[in-house]
Design a protein around this ligand. Structure first.
Ligand code: FAD
Length: 482
């Protein structure tokens, strides 16, 4: 039989579940990728993720060709393209890796129907999670809603080495076949897809399998320090691998297996990092069981009673937050990092998200949408999970009365103001002490730093103490029924 592997968020050949299963069960395997107009047409014309995907697809095609195969590349609406492509390539089965985001599930349901009409089977596989859907349940068969016991169950299940083992794609590569001449395609140029280059290269963010390999090796070399360094945005503590896990240029099994083995050898940093990968599975299973989250619902329904600040003033506050000019330096540094690079440090994601809903009183969904537009590693389940954690409406979330103080967070996690100085250079000359709350500096200090508050850098858009009181009142409607 001949099979078609349809690549989506799994842009690598090594340890790829769908590719492996196709090679195992078909005598001939062809491969395809569709630049999906249903997704791309709605994006701004400069999007780092599109450029990242574009380069990753080029690498994927080159790798498949070097193994005796190929990659057909189309620019079309995937939902309408796959069945005709399967007919043209004369395949009996299409193989793909699962994506449980509700929009992807809808797309796949359409594709399944169209393929069935053409007499072609559609087989999907778990690939981008270690455990998905119902694989980790409580002893009573229920869904975990608290992370710690979920993690314990996850770790117990992962003792079975099968789950973290790679799929040996290379061993079966013989079945890869070149694309029939009539359908052979080159990857279109970025401009032909309608996109312009971004600052991806300047940022030094290597795309594709090669970028993933380099970054992963570099991170493994410092993984022991992860636990001690990951909370300080000025330090190279985190892995920065989120985007590679998002687009599957790095295998989650390889990442988790490496961390698991190092943790077993006593690396505390690796154990902490593995815990973060488990959060990723946790939020994916939350979404799989609660598809209404994709319709904007709070995980805890009573939180949908909250009346958020809205209207013109709220819009102005939102614009200040987006543009990094709230007057709170750490918040502004985080927001500027996001817009300039598509990355934001995890500590700052927590601080800026909390600031949006608990200092500005704005609906967390506005912040969620802004992150979705800008994050290179944007993943619906993790982003929604993170936002609902910060707004206290989520699964195993921060309690509503825990409200980050943006100044003390800054003093703790950027004590020398190094990160602030990088992204808010107008504050660079302030002392380490005053940089966290410049409006409290004495006139002589401001003058020495060449800074006029309200002119070179904004005065705080809200008073944290007052905002805190208002938030406790605002949240009382959810609390009363809880
Ligand atoms: P590392 O610290 O090196 O972590 C390694 C990997 O573990 C990450 O790449 C990610 O895949 C996973 N991970 C780490 N923390 C979490 C977490 N809390 N939840 C789920 N997975 C986690 N992560 C995303 O991948 N996409 C998002 O869209 C996203 N949005 C977020 C929004 C908010 C408001 C918050 C508070 C967190 C969000 N996170 C998101 C989680 C986390 O901030 C990022 O995964 C992390 O900062 C990515 O950087 P890294 O790869 O250097 O992380």
């Amino acid at each position: 039989a001949r099979g078609l592997v349809w690549f989506r968020r799994d842009l690598r050949v090594q340890d790829n579940a769908a590719l492996y299963h196709a090679l195992r069960s078909c005598r001939e395997v062809v491969c395809a990728f569709v630049f999906d107009r249903a997704i791309l047409d709605a994006l701004p014309r400069r999007d780092r993720r599109v450029e990242f995907i574009h380069e990753s697809v080029l690498q994927l095609q080159a790798a498949l060709r070097s193994m005796g195969g190929d990659l057909v590349v189309r620019h079309a609406v995937a939902e309408q393209e796959i069945a005709p492509l399967a007919r043209q390539l004369e395949v009996q089965a299409v193989f793909a890796n699962r994506d449980d985001e509700p929009a992807a599930l809808d797309r796949d349901a359409q594709v399944l129907g169209a393929l069935a009409n053409a007499g072609v089977s559609f087989q999907t596989f778990k690939d981008h999670l270690v455990f998905e859907r119902d694989e980790v349940l409580t002893q009573a068969g229920g869904v975990y809603s608290v992370f710690t016991p979920y993690k314990r169950a996850w770790m117990a299940k992962a003792e079975d080495a099968f789950y973290l083992s790679p799929y040996p794609v290379e061993r079966h590569a013989d079945a890869l076949m070149p694309t029939p001449a009539a359908h052979r395609t080159e990857v279109p140029a970025l401009a032909d897809l309608g996109f312009e280059p971004t600052n991806l290269h300047e940022l030094g963010l290597g795309a594709g399998m090669a970028g993933a390999r380099q970054l992963f090796d570099e991170f493994v070399g410092r993984i022991d320090r992860y636990g001690d360094t990951r909370d300080f945005p000025a330090v190279r503590g985190p892995s920065y691998l989120g985007v590679h896990l998002r687009f599957g240029t790095l295998s989650i099994r390889e990442a988790a297996a490496t961390a698991h083995a190092l943790a077993g050898n006593g690396s505390r940093g690796a154990a902490t990092w593995l815990g973060e990968l488990i959060w990723r599975d946790f939020y994916a299973q939350v979404l799989a069981h609660r598809p209404d989250l994709a319709e904007g619902k709070s995980y805890k329904h009573e939180y949908d009673r909250i009346r958020w600040h809205h209207g013109k003033h709220a819009d102005q506050l939102f614009a200040a937050w987006c543009e990094g000019r709230t007057g709170y330096p750490l918040v502004d540094a985080g927001m500027r990092q996001l817009v300039q690079s598509g990355y934001m440090h995890n500590r700052l994601r927590m601080v800026t998200a909390s600031f949006l809903c608990k200092d500005l009183g704005l609906d967390w969904r506005r912040g969620e949408a802004f992150f979705a537009e800008h994050l290179n590693d944007f993943e619906f389940a993790s982003n929604n999970g993170g936002w609902q954690w910060a707004s206290s409406s989520g699964c195993d979330a921060q309690p509503y009365f825990r409200i980050f103080n943006p100044v003390t967070q800054s003093e703790r996690f950027d004590p020398e103001g190094k990160f602030i100085r990088r992204y808010v250079p107008e504050l660079a000359k302030l002392s380490n002490k005053m940089i966290h709350a410049p409006w409290l500096a004495k006139p002589v200090e401001l003058e020495a730093a060449g800074l006029r508050i309200g002119h070179d850098y904004p005065a705080p858009v809200v008073d944290h103490g007052e905002a805190r009181q208002q938030t406790l009142e605002r949240y009382s409607v959810a609390r009363e029924s809880a």
